[in-house]
Design a protein around this ligand. Structure first.
Ligand SMILES: *[C@@H]1O[C@H](CO)[C@@H](O)[C@H](O)[C@H]1NC(C)=O
Ligand SMILES: *[C@@H]1O[C@H](CO)[C@@H](O)[C@H](O)[C@H]1NC(C)=O
Ligand SMILES: *[C@@H]1O[C@H](CO)[C@@H](O)[C@H](O)[C@H]1NC(C)=O
Ligand SMILES: *[C@@H]1O[C@H](CO)[C@@H](O)[C@H](O)[C@H]1NC(C)=O
Ligand SMILES: *[C@@H]1O[C@H](CO)[C@@H](O)[C@H](O)[C@H]1NC(C)=O
Ligand SMILES: *[C@@H]1O[C@H](CO)[C@@H](O)[C@H](O)[C@H]1NC(C)=O
Ligand SMILES: *[C@@H]1O[C@H](CO)[C@@H](O)[C@H](O)[C@H]1NC(C)=O
Ligand SMILES: *[C@@H]1O[C@H](CO)[C@@H](O)[C@H](O)[C@H]1NC(C)=O
Ligand SMILES: [Zn+2]
Length: 907
């Protein structure tokens, strides 16, 4: 075959000559290596037609002699007659092209062999329309608030596998290259790429168009390259540590407080100091894009944010939103080292960039503003999620094989981020400050601008740990850490003391919840640090021993033999992600100390939260009776820290829907009793103004009021009403945003039709998105379903995205309140088709799981399945709902009577 395929575009089915095997391994061949890209992209943003055309010249090194080149391309029209491969010495020609659609491979067959060791230049020309797929080079728009004119813009989202939709490239993270980017566009726009512009010239033929060349971008993976053509406005430029920051957004956002601008320079300085390595670029543009696939993206030199996810309504700032946004920014900047500078070889190890960026993001927040304790709260939340979710038999390992683009995208889950972060935290605590950071710094130094597998991280840390003598000389950190990243699940370590000899016996088994116990031989390398009551040093997290794997039990004589009447606690600060069960006597000693000792016997707050979590979990799998858990819960009366309260109450709340009506009443009385002392710790709700609540107190106060009002503790709902009404009458126009939702919620729950209509009218009248969200999620608290239905009818069918999003928020609230659960569930089923068209799969799955959490019987589940069976969008959600209902039913059958009996003794 030596003829050209004169086809236009890769959608055509090409005849595949039988002499060529189609390349079908999921990774690119190693025969050629890209060294450098010269990329030229001309962008048209005409009001009627938005498209781009471009060319790429890639310098490639032949690592072997070969007659073919395979790279990635997808959804591009490639002008095949203009494709060429040449070296200084010779010109080659393309004899044929093959496509592998699953992996987006584009293979060029050449007339002459490329010679090993020679460098060639591959040149390709292509074009595509800009569409709103939120991937590749895509378009977005905003409407000018004054002129109502629509402004188009174009921006890239290449991670993880979308660069191939913007230009043909070797689109795997391990093929790092340098990039020269030139952008052509109408000069009324601004063109941005990862590096500053060197200079611009007029376009030769197109009037008003210019071409601008950008400086060379350092060696990078394709998924981190970025560019944009837009007419957004720069709110502010700042130079700090020789790096210039600019912040681009649509004009109506210019007067908003921009967290990203405020903290980005500080974060960069923090990480430079923490990692002892300078940020390698001279500028960073931060671009707030009206539509975005993710929350943000850490592109080199051009960080993008999703406008929809930023708090951006003047006057209505929710602290939680601010905290989330601060975290997003902190996470993206940690990526500049973990991901951008040192990159995973392949997407199986995605966690190697997401885990550290999440964890160091938390550390950064706590370093910048320690009084807000945000990192600590996020870690506690991640621990709670992890222990709740990772206890089923089918959770995947965080490092797992992925091949095609859909599988790669499927790796980006909260689970990978959170467990990845907890794994890095474990290393930090277990190796200690010095060895950990020495290892991290040497890892970054050694592999900068390169690629790694998880083993490379283990090796750097092992070396530092040996030097600092925090692990035994023959310890194999690789093997130990693999046991955490290459399998799902986590262990339950059972610790039985021999009170006469002072010995302890330890054994591990995988912890499963709500499943018939499957034989399972998984095991982990578990670091063992003990704390004893007479020496409660919870900072000593470097282990003295390890529980080995596969050797699953261990008998130890603890150094400084604990006396029989003091407790011992394993795993200070919950450094490592495992549960602990003790013998009954030790549990009693712990409970006694928490109840009676000043300062809770010195037990760390994360351990206090975990002890509650563990005992409740052990009761739910019938290892202990609920008596023990309820006994421990009594200590909360004195608890002044948010974390243990939050953990315990959230777990108890999740059990509420599983109780029958009679038992629910008992449960409610118990919860009122439990929460009263918490409620009493805080000033009256009606006295809250925007200015008298320090920011650092907001999360805990908000939690306390909302739980108290939910269970009608003392005068909480009256207070909420007073607060709402005084706001309405303009006496207190400072109703603090952070408490609005819970105040309105009680106002609606206690009120009737008039109260509903009042808030609903406010909702319809509001033009402030944040305000609308607050009102919507409160409207789900009303009692009369007819009213709620009116709201749902109004919002669900709306074409305005903000309104349909509001319906989802309200439904979420309604599904957590007894009186609306049943009719709201019905409404969802009746409107499933509309919902399926309107919402993303992830949202639908969340919706079904909330719904399933409230189902009482297997018949209800069957009905749900029957009604949704033809709607594909719900498939994943139905599976999850099914799993959840099974776990819940098992609990109802095996545990609910024990639960109610234990609780009954206390009320
Ligand atoms: C609009 O875009 C097309 C490319 O699709 C281009 O050829 C044409 O010149 C543009 N028109 C204007 C008025 O910019
Ligand atoms: C490409 O060339 C290599 C030899 O370098 C050969 O092994 C391989 O089968 C060829 N691939 C295709 C798709 O023809
Ligand atoms: C937009 O592009 C994506 C691929 O990036 C493609 O799957 C989709 O069909 C396109 N949509 C439209 C409306 O052209
Ligand atoms: C603006 O973007 C939205 C969201 O992608 C899209 O639905 C809408 O059609 C766009 N408007 C115009 C005029 O292109
Ligand atoms: C990249 O661009 C710079 C400036 O335009 C130029 O000097 C350099 O030769 C280019 N690099 C390559 C490898 O083409
Ligand atoms: C609606 O908004 C306008 C302007 O903000 C205000 O004057 C009016 O009182 C509001 N109406 C209701 C029912 O809230
Ligand atoms: C909501 O819409 C449904 C279907 O259109 C209708 O049957 C129902 O009466 C409406 N409910 C209210 C309260 O308007
Ligand atoms: C177990 O975890 C997997 C992965 O997160 C999830 O898909 C599945 O629904 C879970 N099963 C149960 C019983 O929760
Ligand atoms: Zn990330």
């Amino acid at each position: 075959m030596s003829q050209f395929y004169k086809c236009f575009g890769i959608f055509l089915i090409l005849g595949i000559p039988s002499t060529w095997a189609v390349y079908d391994h999921y990774r690119l061949p190693n025969s050629v290596e890209p060294l450098h890209y010269n990329l030229r992209i001309l962008t048209y943003l005409n009001s009627t037609d938005q498209m781009f055309e471009g060319s790429v010249k890639i310098d490639i090194l032949a690592r072997e002699s070969t007659k073919n080149i395979t790279l990635h391309a997808a959804y591009l029209k490639i002008h095949e007659d203009r494709t060429s491969v040449s070296s200084e010495a010779e010109k080659n020609s393309v004899t044929g092209i093959e496509i592998n659609e699953l992996y987006n491979f584009y293979t060029l067959h050449l007339s002459r062999e490329l010679k090993k060791g020679e460098i060639y230049q591959l040149e390709m020309h292509f074009e595509a329309s800009l569409n709103d797929s939120l991937s590749g080079y895509y378009k977005s728009n905003y409407t000018d608030a004054v002129t109502k004119e629509v402004h188009h813009l174009a921006v890239t989202q290449f991670s993880p596998t979308f660069a191939r939709q913007a230009f043909p490239c070797f689109d795997e993270p391990s093929w790092k290259s340098t990039f020269n980017v030139s952008l052509g566009y109408d000069k009324k726009y601004t063109g941005l790429s990862g590096t500053p512009i060197i200079g611009c010239q007029k376009h030769k033929t197109l009037e008003n168009y210019i071409w601008c060349d950008h400086q060379l971008l350092l060696r990078t993976s394709t998924y981190l390259v970025a560019y944009a053509v837009h007419d957004l406005r720069n709110s502010e430029s700042k130079t700090s540590n020789q790096v210039t920051f600019r912040n681009w957004m649509q004009p109506k956002l210019l007067d908003q407080e921009m967290i990203s601008m405020e903290i980005a320079p500080k974060l960069l300085a923090f990480y430079e100091n923490l990692f002892q390595m300078d940020f390698p670029l001279v500028k960073i543009d931060q671009l707030t894009v009206p539509t975005h696939r993710f929350t943000a993206m850490e592109n080199w030199g051009l960080v993008t944010y999703n406008e929809e996810k930023l708090p951006q309504n003047k006057g209505v700032y929710l602290q939680q939103q601010k905290d989330d946004t601060s975290f997003t920014v902190a996470h993206e900047y940690a990526h500049q080292w973990f991901g951008n500078l040192v990159t995973m070889k392949w997407w199986n190890d995605l966690w190697l960039k997401e885990g550290p960026s999440t964890y160091f993001g938390y550390l950064a927040l706590d370093a910048l503003q320690p009084e807000l304790t945000r990192g600590e709260r996020f870690i506690s939340r991640d621990l709670a999620n992890f222990f709740a979710k990772d206890s089923n038999g089918t959770v995947p390992a965080i490092s797992k094989d992925v091949k095609d683009p859909a599988e790669i995208l499927g790796q980006f889950t909260d689970y990978v981020y959170q467990k990845g972060s907890l794994t890095i935290r474990m290393l930090h605590k277990v190796l200690g400050e010095e060895a950990f950071f020495q290892g991290i710094r040497s890892f970054l130094g050694k592999y900068q601008l390169g690629n790694v597998a998880q083993r490379d991280l283990w090796n750097s840390l092992q070396e530092a740990a040996l030097q600092k003598e925090v692990i035994p000389f023959d310890f194999n950190l690789n093997r130990a850490m693999d046991s955490w990243t290459l399998q799902g699940g986590y262990p339950l370590v059972t610790l039985i003391r021999d009170y006469e000899t002072g010995r302890v016996n330890l054994k591990q088994t995988r912890f499963f919840k709500g499943q018939d116990i499957i034989t399972d031989s998984s095991c982990w390398w578990v670091p063992l640090s003990f704390v004893r009551q007479n020496l409660p040093d919870f900072d000593q997290t470097i282990p003295k021993f390890w529980l080995e794997c596969p050797l699953a039990t261990k008998d130890l004589l603890l150094p400084g033999v604990p006396s029989p009447n003091e407790w011992i606690i394993l795993n200070p600060q919950v450094s490592t992600i495992f549960r602990v069960n003790y013998d009954k006597k030790n549990w009693r000693l712990i409970t006694k100390s928490l109840l009676n000792d000043s300062n809770f016997g010195g037990i760390h707050k994360l351990n206090r939260a975990q002890l509650l979590d563990d005992l409740l979990a052990l009761a739910a799998v019938q290892i202990h009776k609920y008596d023990m858990a309820f006994d421990l819960l009594r200590y909360l009366e004195k608890e002044a820290d948010f974390l243990p309260w939050q953990r315990a109450v959230n777990i108890l709340n999740s059990l509420r829907p599983l109780l029958n009506e009679e038992n629910s009443k008992q449960f409610k009385i118990y919860m009122q009793q439990l929460i009263l002392p918490l409620y009493n710790r805080f000033p009256k709700l009606a006295e809250r103004t925007g200015s008298n609540t320090p920011v650092k107190d907001i999360p805990f106060a908000h939690f306390a009021y909302s739980q108290a009002c939910r269970y009608h503790v003392a005068d909480c709902t009256d207070q909420a009403k007073i607060l709402t009404i005084s706001h309405r009458n303009g006496e207190n126009d400072e109703l603090p945003s952070n408490f609005q939702q819970l105040a309105y919620c009680s106002f609606l729950e206690e009120g009737g039709d008039a109260e509903f209509q009042e808030i609903f009218a406010q909702f319809q009248n509001s033009t402030n998105g944040a305000q609308q969200r607050i009102l919507a999620s409160a409207l789900g608290c009303c009692r009369n379903f007819k009213n709620f239905e009116q709201f749902l009818n109004f919002t669900i069918n709306s074409d305005e995205k903000i309104l349909s999003d509001c319906s989802m928020l309200a439904v979420k609230t309604a599904l957590s309140r007894d009186h609306l659960v049943a009719p709201t569930g019905k409404y969802i089923l009746n409107n499933a088709k509309t919902l399926g068209e309107k919402f993303k799969k992830k949202e639908l799955t969340g919706l079904l799981v909330s719904l399933a959490g409230n189902l009482q019987s297997p018949e209800e589940l069957e009905q749900l399945k029957e009604q949704l069976k033809d709607l594909n969008e719900f498939e994943e959600g139905l599976q999850k709902a099914h799993d959840l209902v099974k776990i819940n039913q098992k609990w109802q059958k095996d545990c609910s009577s024990d639960f109610i009996e234990a609780l009954g003794k206390l009320i």
